[in-house]
Design a protein around this ligand. Sequence first.
Ligand SMILES: Nc1nc2c(c(=O)[nH]1)N[C@H]1C(S)=C(S)[C@@H](COP(=O)(O)OP(=O)(O)OC[C@H]3O[C@@H](n4cnc5c(=O)[nH]c(N)nc54)[C@H](O)[C@@H]3O)O[C@H]1N2
Ligand SMILES: Nc1nc2c(c(=O)[nH]1)N[C@H]1C(S)=C(S)[C@@H](COP(=O)(O)OP(=O)(O)OC[C@H]3O[C@@H](n4cnc5c(=O)[nH]c(N)nc54)[C@H](O)[C@@H]3O)O[C@H]1N2
Ligand code: SF4
Ligand SMILES: [Mo]
Length: 721
Amino acid sequence: MTITSATITSATDTHCPYCALQCGMRLTPAGRTVEVAPREFPTNRGGLCRKGWTAAEVLTVGDRVTRPLVRDADGDLVAATWERALAVVADGLRDVRRRHGADAVGVFGGGGLTNEKAYHLGKFARVALGTSRIDYNGRFCMSSAAAAANRALGVDRGLPFPVTDLDAASTILLLGSNPAATMPPLLSHLQGARERGGLVVVDPRRSQTAELTAEGGGTHLAPAPGTDLVLLLGLTHVVLAEGLADEAYLGERTEGLRELRLSVNAWWPERVQQVTGVPVGRIRDVARRLAAGNGVYVITGRGVEQHVDGADTATAAINLALVLGLVGRPGSGYGTLTGQGNGQGGREHGQKCDQLPGYRSISDPAARKHVAGVWGVAADEMPGPGLPAVELLASMGRPGGVRALLVHGSNVVVSAPDAGAVRAGLGGLDLLVVCDFVLSETAELADVVLPVTQWAEEEGTTTSLEGRVLRRRAAVPPPGEARSDLWVLAELARLLDAPGAWPTEPAQVFDELARASAGGPADYSGLSHRLLDTGVAAYWPCPAHVIPEPGSRVTVEGDVVGTPRLFADRFPRPGGRARLVPVTPVVREPLGQRGGQLTMITGRLLEHYQSGAQTRRVPELLAAQPRLTAELHPATASRLRLVEGDEVSVRSPRGSVRARLRLSPGMRLDTVFLPFHYAGAECTNLLTEAAVDPVSRMPEFKRTLVVVGPPDDEADQEDLP
Ligand SMILES: Nc1nc2c(c(=O)[nH]1)N[C@H]1C(S)=C(S)[C@@H](COP(=O)(O)OP(=O)(O)OC[C@H]3O[C@@H](n4cnc5c(=O)[nH]c(N)nc54)[C@H](O)[C@@H]3O)O[C@H]1N2
Ligand SMILES: Nc1nc2c(c(=O)[nH]1)N[C@H]1C(S)=C(S)[C@@H](COP(=O)(O)OP(=O)(O)OC[C@H]3O[C@@H](n4cnc5c(=O)[nH]c(N)nc54)[C@H](O)[C@@H]3O)O[C@H]1N2
Ligand code: SF4
Ligand SMILES: [Mo]
């Protein structure tokens, strides 16, 4: 159905375009745009953060891309018809494929895409392009936690329980997560634990969330960046050594206890203090509190996951939760806070380089056969696993690497590690095609920019951080010639003579996705837009057989289908038990303060979202946080002869950025904090390294050796690490 002003007359219930909390919103038409109001929904309870309130502004930003753009002979991006732009893309793709083979074409997706788009993008890569080279920005986000959950618990669903379960908790161990800035309405679910003195925040800096632990609300542990694995081994050591483990649970529901014991044996608290800086007494107190509490949760965020040992650190968090007997028990558990709006669904339907829809492995012959059947192709013609995001980007222009790239839903030149190298790689491509609704910094480099619809202009579904599948609804017609990503993919598939059907109606794409996911870990086969429109709360897995009469029977608001809570009786692993996977810290070069060097940690500000492509275009948000800031402890600053508000440069062997100095007594003396929301000379990822976790291929975003000093032009370069 084409959305026109005439079709939209009244308020539309939908969800926020940004983060995985997917706060409930009601949109009312207001001329060419909509007015946003919060609505009662379990994750946000009528609240919205500042980004949510201002989300509609992005619909009408002045530099919205509303016509296809093609780079001309002079190197300028100029408006073109869809017919011409798509022909340029199809010809370019065919040419690269003919000269260098199908794997020379890469596809880069995003966790902000709806389930329907993510599904079609994965199918498009494998069927229309015949390439294995597809991955997405979720590799930068959820891959470590996903790898850990898959190997330990047998499935990766961010929170294996509804968010509202947290309300009754007495103790929540929150590792490397700052929801006060990244998911403000989530705080209402942490309030109970806070009132019970049980909010334990692990963050090298005194984040806004760590602040909530003051005055009896809980505990803040500030380990040295990147030492969380050791801290978790220490906590597990205390639980086991002091006889606080849930032996009955371990015996019935887990395997690998002997190996786990051995692996934590040597991590007594004194040694852990030496590595992490967290005092022995604190380690013991937290371990005892976790073991004593009724209603205990262990939750991880990007702070502990975005490291070269992120998968092992997330594994250590799961091990701690298992030793305490928390996982699958009512009123307690382990989870990770998924980040992007569809960060969960985006990792289930085939954008990952090793994966097929329904969270299936692309290397599993049965999965290939099933999905090939749905796609109408032969299983042996489907490519196998491709390259994970960092390697995919690093392959640009290299022999055997990608020479053409299609980008849907990511601003890699700002958000990927070692952004300078990424920019160079993009510049050397034969063809760069970016689908976006704004001219992001990555789109600015493209040969062809295709204007797409956004959020309030289209129908679809997302899957929130609690594994609940939600309906996103159109409330306003798209501007100019913007078309859905689904339409773009269908047109390109047609031009490339792809086999199979390429529907463009989201409801129809969803039905196909549901069939493709049937029998997989993330089984959506019982779901449809029609069923979701009844207001039912649907949590995957939701196989067809759990719905008595698909789409018709469940009509009562608040009804639940599928699986709100996983692991109640068993873990989806051979034998039904969770696996305690022993992990050990790699001896890493200690990051110190030699020659003025500091450890840079990166993260988020409340006002900006990700690469800032959207929020830097919202005047209110930009005014609140107009430029890159570097947060330092006042004592560190004075040692460096710097004062609040100073213009500084932050340098690493890969590059340097300009920032304004902000003093914060909540910083460790050896650490500097930079958000990554800015571009150009303020792009923090010019500093980060493209080193990856060997298991998850997650890049090291949260630990980089840097030097902070006066702006480059005034500084000598001697102390560069
Ligand atoms: N405002 C805003 N909200 C967002 C987003 C956004 O860009 N802006 N993005 C969304 C997305 S995609 C995501 S993934 C989530 C991320 O949500 P969070 O995980 O909460 O976000 P971050 O700020 O990246 O990291 C959290 C904390 O980790 C700390 N940290 C850094 N290094 C370490 C370390 O070595 N150990 C420990 N323990 N902590 C460390 C940082 O100081 C920071 O306070 O937010 C979502 N919500
Ligand atoms: N240093 C450092 N770097 C980081 C992180 C960090 O903590 N520190 N965090 C990492 C994490 S967790 C993440 S998730 C990434 C995110 O970083 P990015 O992948 O860059 O995410 P966004 O900035 O959200 O970019 C999304 C782009 O897609 C567009 N877009 C949105 N919706 C759609 C759609 O439906 N279709 C199409 N075609 N386009 C759309 C938006 O306009 C925007 O330009 O950054 C990572 N980078
Ligand atoms: S918390 Fe996330 S989903 Fe809720 S309004 Fe803010 S950005 Fe949107
Ligand atoms: Mo993320």
